[in-house]
Design a protein around this ligand. Structure first.
Ligand code: FMN
Length: 320
């Protein structure tokens, strides 16, 4: 239950705006960091490593001494031919936080530690968490059921409780967090930081298409379909966009058509798929507006402080 020195006292709220494929851009990252929360983006949101480097330069030029640190997401998997080049750029730029997905590899952790950076790793099960802890990561991101993107299937209660049995470094909770009281709830559960994705798609700064943002405003949890059909790995998509792209929902629900064993598709196929079929988490039902990031963070802050007051009232109502 701790924050590393690099993050301690540097955040207005215990929040990371999660990296999102084709959604997170420098505008979103800068708005988050300038508002006092960690902003992040996947290196693969730029087609080439040179473009990734240019984004880092843009972000670094826009940060002020008061800004929160930023993070970059690297896909650590054989299907990502850019891993070594992008990692070298992270080392060159001393990216403060590197978020690794799919593979927790000691060499990557060592490279980031060489300049004092932090590595947080995405996990959906205890086994993945144990492997990542062995690789020496500084933090684990518990991606629970209902999250946007490649969501897990475990309840956040079960996932956090099991990880906390053996991991006392930084723990982030991911999945369906929209509101300030949910940030506090994540902390009460045992997490140090809330990891919020879908809520930040519906902001003015995000790179998502206007129709994508509007679809989020209209969607509810019942619209989220968790399926491997789009990218080979189970991920959460809005029913409306699956239908629009011509997927037969009846067949997606039929277990016989679901291929859990398929390897990750090449990055170019993945990009095409995610451009036409839009991902979101089950938290969509709690998102009804398109604020700027500054407005959203100010609101989260007010809600979080109100929730702290509410929990103090609970203590009075349930004295020892
Ligand atoms: C559109 C979209 C794209 C995503 N792309 C990535 C990604 O490239 N890398 C990654 O580690 N996580 C990705 N995620 C997962 C998020 O980082 C985060 O775990 C998740 O959005 C949190 O759940 P929530 O959306 O319910 O808040 C994506 C999520 C969404 C909604």
């Amino acid at each position: 239950m701790s924050l590393p020195a690099l993050l301690d006292q540097r955040l207005r709220l215990p929040v990371v705006a999660a990296p999102m494929f084709l959604v997170s851009n420098p505008q979103l990252v800068l708005a988050c960091c300038q508002s006092g929360i960690v902003g992040s983006f996947p290196a693969l949101n730029q087609r080439e490593s040179s473009g990734f480097k240019a984004w880092l330069e843009e972000i670094e030029a826009g940060l002020t001494p008061d800004s929160a640190p930023y993070a970059v997401n690297l896909i650590v998997h054989g299907s990502n031919p850019r891993l070594q080049a992008d990692l070298a750029i992270c080392v060159e730029h001393k990216v403060p936080v590197v978020i690794t997905s799919l593979g927790a590899v000691k060499e990557v952790v060592d490279a980031v530690h060489s300049y004092g950076g932090l590595v947080f790793h995405d996990v959906t099960t205890r086994r993945h968490a144990e492997k990542a802890a062995e690789a020496g990561v500084d933090g684990l991101i518990a991606v629970a059921a209902g999250a946007g993107g490649h969501a897990g299937t475990w309840s956040p209660f079960a996932l956090v409780a099991e990880i906390r049995q053996f991991f006392d470094k930084t723990l982030l909770l991911s999945g369906c967090l929209n509101h300030g009281h949910e940030i506090l709830a994540a902390q009460l559960l045992g997490a140090d930081l809330a990891y919020m994705g879908t809520r930040f798609i519906a902001t003015r700064e995000s790179a998502a298409d206007t129709d994508y943002k509007q679809m989020i405003l209209g969607a509810r949890a019942a619209d989220i379909v968790h399926t491997p059909a789009v990218s080979g790995v189970p991920a959460s998509f809005m029913r409306q966009s699956l239908e629009k792209a011509g997927y037969d929902l009846q067949r997606l629900q039929d277990k016989g058509d679901v291929n859990y064993g398929e390897k990750l598709k090449p990055i170019s196929d993945e990009a095409k798929a995610w451009k036409t079929v839009w991902s979101a988490g089950q938290g969509v039902g709690g998102i009804d507006d398109l604020p700027s990031v500054a407005e959203l963070v100010a609101r989260l802050d007010a809600e979080y402080r109100a929730a702290q007051g509410h929990s103090a009232q609970l203590v009075q109502r349930w004295p020892r």
